[in-house]
Design a protein around this ligand. Structure first.
Ligand SMILES: [Cu+2]
Length: 108
């Protein structure tokens, strides 16, 4: 019986590892331009493990900053980019910390 339980645990571990690698392989890369004082994607569907890259195309500096303060990019000057990995529980609504009327959302 003990041997059976161990075999079952081993099979379960293998199944969990393969599911893990499947979800990692499905992770997506999203790109959002910041141009004319707008985020190019107002609402972006994301999943845990995805990455989001913001690129500033404006002369003015911008950030992407969670309303709840859970994450932020650095201040991005023209041509600069920053990438953030989507994690569980991160704030979904964000704005530019310099121009606070510039808002966008992530959806999980
Ligand atoms: Cu801004």
């Amino acid at each position: 019986m003990n041997r059976f339980v161990k075999a079952l645990a081993a099979i379960l571990a293998i199944v969990m590892i393969s599911f893990g690698s499947v979800s990692a392989a499905n992770a997506k890369t999203h790109n959002i331009d910041i141009a004319s004082f707008k985020f190019s994607v107002a609402e972006l569907n994301v999943e845990v493990g995805d990455t989001i890259t913001w690129t500033n195309k404006d002369g003015a500096p911008h950030t992407a900053t969670a309303l709840d303060g859970s994450w932020t990019t650095q201040t991005l000057k023209k041509g600069e980019s920053e990438t953030i990995t989507v994690i569980a529980g991160m704030g979904l609504e964000y704005r530019c910390n310099i121009h606070r009327n510039m808002k966008a959302k992530l959806k999980m």
